[in-house]
Ligand binder design. Structure first.
Ligand SMILES: [Ca+2]
Ligand SMILES: [Ca+2]
Length: 188
Protein backbone atom coordinates (compact mmCIF):
# COMPACT_ATOMS: atom_id res chain seq x y z
CA UNK A 1 0.00 0.00 0.00
CA UNK A 2 1.43 3.45 -0.84
CA UNK A 3 2.00 5.88 1.99
CA UNK A 4 -0.99 8.17 2.43
CA UNK A 5 -0.43 11.78 1.44
CA UNK A 6 0.24 14.31 4.20
CA UNK A 7 -3.32 15.53 4.53
CA UNK A 8 -4.87 12.06 4.60
CA UNK A 9 -2.32 10.97 7.20
CA UNK A 10 -3.03 14.08 9.26
CA UNK A 11 -6.80 13.63 9.11
CA UNK A 12 -6.42 9.96 10.08
CA UNK A 13 -4.15 10.90 13.00
CA UNK A 14 -6.68 13.52 14.13
CA UNK A 15 -9.60 11.13 13.76
CA UNK A 16 -7.86 8.54 15.93
CA UNK A 17 -7.71 11.13 18.72
CA UNK A 18 -11.32 12.27 18.34
CA UNK A 19 -12.36 8.59 18.35
CA UNK A 20 -11.78 8.57 22.08
CA UNK A 21 -13.03 5.01 22.67
CA UNK A 22 -11.02 3.72 19.71
CA UNK A 23 -13.80 1.73 18.02
CA UNK A 24 -13.12 3.28 14.60
CA UNK A 25 -16.30 5.38 14.59
CA UNK A 26 -16.94 8.91 15.75
CA UNK A 27 -20.03 8.91 17.97
CA UNK A 28 -21.76 10.65 20.85
CA UNK A 29 -19.94 8.31 23.26
CA UNK A 30 -16.59 9.70 22.07
CA UNK A 31 -17.77 13.22 22.88
CA UNK A 32 -18.83 12.22 26.38
CA UNK A 33 -15.36 10.70 26.87
CA UNK A 34 -13.61 13.78 25.49
CA UNK A 35 -15.66 15.97 27.81
CA UNK A 36 -14.80 13.78 30.80
CA UNK A 37 -11.08 13.80 29.96
CA UNK A 38 -10.85 17.54 29.37
CA UNK A 39 -12.88 18.25 32.54
CA UNK A 40 -10.50 15.98 34.49
CA UNK A 41 -7.51 17.75 32.96
CA UNK A 42 -9.04 21.04 34.16
CA UNK A 43 -9.24 19.61 37.67
CA UNK A 44 -13.03 19.10 37.83
CA UNK A 45 -14.24 16.14 39.88
CA UNK A 46 -16.53 13.54 38.26
CA UNK A 47 -20.23 14.23 38.79
CA UNK A 48 -19.82 17.94 39.51
CA UNK A 49 -21.71 20.70 37.67
CA UNK A 50 -18.39 21.99 36.33
CA UNK A 51 -17.68 18.61 34.74
CA UNK A 52 -21.24 18.46 33.37
CA UNK A 53 -20.78 21.84 31.72
CA UNK A 54 -17.72 20.63 29.79
CA UNK A 55 -19.38 17.34 28.79
CA UNK A 56 -22.44 19.28 27.59
CA UNK A 57 -20.21 21.50 25.46
CA UNK A 58 -18.83 18.36 23.75
CA UNK A 59 -22.32 16.92 23.33
CA UNK A 60 -23.38 20.13 21.60
CA UNK A 61 -20.42 19.80 19.23
CA UNK A 62 -21.56 16.28 18.35
CA UNK A 63 -25.28 17.00 18.08
CA UNK A 64 -25.18 20.38 16.39
CA UNK A 65 -22.01 20.27 14.31
CA UNK A 66 -21.38 16.62 13.40
CA UNK A 67 -24.70 14.77 13.52
CA UNK A 68 -26.38 16.87 10.81
CA UNK A 69 -23.65 15.68 8.38
CA UNK A 70 -23.95 11.98 9.20
CA UNK A 71 -25.23 10.17 6.11
CA UNK A 72 -28.58 8.38 6.08
CA UNK A 73 -29.70 9.53 9.50
CA UNK A 74 -27.02 7.36 11.16
CA UNK A 75 -25.47 7.93 14.57
CA UNK A 76 -21.79 7.37 13.75
CA UNK A 77 -19.13 8.58 11.31
CA UNK A 78 -16.62 6.00 10.11
CA UNK A 79 -12.93 6.85 9.71
CA UNK A 80 -13.31 6.57 5.93
CA UNK A 81 -16.42 8.80 5.77
CA UNK A 82 -14.73 11.33 8.02
CA UNK A 83 -11.56 11.40 5.89
CA UNK A 84 -13.49 11.71 2.62
CA UNK A 85 -15.78 14.48 3.80
CA UNK A 86 -12.97 16.43 5.49
CA UNK A 87 -10.84 16.22 2.33
CA UNK A 88 -13.60 17.91 0.30
CA UNK A 89 -12.91 21.09 2.34
CA UNK A 90 -9.39 21.52 0.92
CA UNK A 91 -9.24 24.60 -1.28
CA UNK A 92 -12.71 25.60 -0.14
CA UNK A 93 -12.05 28.11 2.65
CA UNK A 94 -15.68 29.21 3.00
CA UNK A 95 -16.90 25.65 3.57
CA UNK A 96 -13.94 24.92 5.85
CA UNK A 97 -14.71 27.96 7.98
CA UNK A 98 -18.42 27.11 8.17
CA UNK A 99 -17.82 23.55 9.34
CA UNK A 100 -14.35 23.05 10.87
CA UNK A 101 -14.30 26.70 11.95
CA UNK A 102 -17.54 26.22 13.88
CA UNK A 103 -16.10 23.22 15.73
CA UNK A 104 -12.89 25.21 16.36
CA UNK A 105 -14.87 28.07 17.91
CA UNK A 106 -16.61 25.60 20.20
CA UNK A 107 -13.19 24.18 21.18
CA UNK A 108 -11.92 27.71 21.79
CA UNK A 109 -14.80 28.45 24.17
CA UNK A 110 -13.85 25.31 26.15
CA UNK A 111 -10.08 25.94 26.09
CA UNK A 112 -10.37 29.60 27.18
CA UNK A 113 -10.86 28.74 30.85
CA UNK A 114 -10.55 32.28 32.23
CA UNK A 115 -12.71 33.65 29.41
CA UNK A 116 -10.43 36.50 28.46
CA UNK A 117 -10.94 35.73 24.78
CA UNK A 118 -7.52 34.15 24.15
CA UNK A 119 -5.71 30.94 25.00
CA UNK A 120 -2.52 31.14 27.06
CA UNK A 121 0.12 28.37 27.26
CA UNK A 122 -1.30 26.94 30.51
CA UNK A 123 -4.83 26.82 29.06
CA UNK A 124 -3.48 25.21 25.90
CA UNK A 125 -1.66 22.56 27.93
CA UNK A 126 -4.76 21.71 29.99
CA UNK A 127 -6.98 21.49 26.91
CA UNK A 128 -4.52 19.48 24.82
CA UNK A 129 -3.57 17.21 27.69
CA UNK A 130 -7.25 16.29 28.06
CA UNK A 131 -7.41 15.29 24.40
CA UNK A 132 -3.96 13.76 24.13
CA UNK A 133 -2.99 12.27 27.49
CA UNK A 134 0.50 11.37 26.30
CA UNK A 135 1.35 14.92 25.20
CA UNK A 136 4.04 16.31 27.51
CA UNK A 137 4.29 19.89 28.70
CA UNK A 138 7.44 20.37 26.58
CA UNK A 139 5.59 19.11 23.50
CA UNK A 140 2.57 21.32 24.18
CA UNK A 141 4.87 24.34 24.65
CA UNK A 142 6.69 23.55 21.41
CA UNK A 143 3.36 23.31 19.56
CA UNK A 144 2.18 26.54 21.17
CA UNK A 145 5.15 28.53 19.86
CA UNK A 146 4.31 27.42 16.31
CA UNK A 147 0.63 28.31 16.66
CA UNK A 148 1.28 31.71 18.31
CA UNK A 149 2.14 33.33 14.99
CA UNK A 150 2.59 36.89 16.22
CA UNK A 151 4.55 35.68 19.25
CA UNK A 152 2.56 37.69 21.81
CA UNK A 153 2.34 34.72 24.19
CA UNK A 154 -1.34 33.98 23.52
CA UNK A 155 -3.40 32.26 20.86
CA UNK A 156 -5.89 34.83 19.63
CA UNK A 157 -9.25 33.53 18.36
CA UNK A 158 -7.92 33.91 14.82
CA UNK A 159 -4.72 31.99 15.62
CA UNK A 160 -6.62 29.22 17.43
CA UNK A 161 -9.42 28.80 14.89
CA UNK A 162 -7.01 29.26 11.98
CA UNK A 163 -4.74 26.53 13.35
CA UNK A 164 -7.61 24.06 13.67
CA UNK A 165 -8.76 24.78 10.11
CA UNK A 166 -5.19 24.39 8.83
CA UNK A 167 -4.73 21.15 10.71
CA UNK A 168 -7.75 19.54 9.06
CA UNK A 169 -7.80 21.26 5.67
CA UNK A 170 -4.28 22.31 4.59
CA UNK A 171 -2.02 20.10 2.48
CA UNK A 172 0.92 22.47 3.06
CA UNK A 173 3.66 20.58 4.90
CA UNK A 174 4.87 23.86 6.43
CA UNK A 175 1.47 25.07 7.74
CA UNK A 176 1.87 26.14 11.41
CA UNK A 177 -1.55 24.58 12.14
CA UNK A 178 -0.01 21.14 11.50
CA UNK A 179 1.30 21.55 15.05
CA UNK A 180 -2.16 21.67 16.59
CA UNK A 181 -1.90 18.12 17.90
CA UNK A 182 1.80 18.33 18.70
CA UNK A 183 4.87 17.74 16.56
CA UNK A 184 3.78 16.71 13.07
CA UNK A 185 5.34 13.38 12.08
CA UNK A 186 2.94 12.06 9.50
CA UNK A 187 3.99 9.53 6.94
CA UNK A 188 7.55 9.41 8.25
CA1 LIG B 1 -15.53 5.99 18.73
CA1 LIG C 1 -7.75 32.65 28.33
Amino acid sequence: MPLPDLLTAKIGHGFDHLDADGDGRLTEADHVLMGERVAKSMGHQPGTPAEREIIDAYLRIWRELHLPHVPDGGDAISREQFTTSTRTLVGNPAAARATVGAVAEAFLAIADIDRDGKVGPAEFLVFQHGHFPRLTEAEADEAFTHLDRDGDGYLSPEEFVGAVIEFWCSDDAEAPGNWFMGRPSYGT
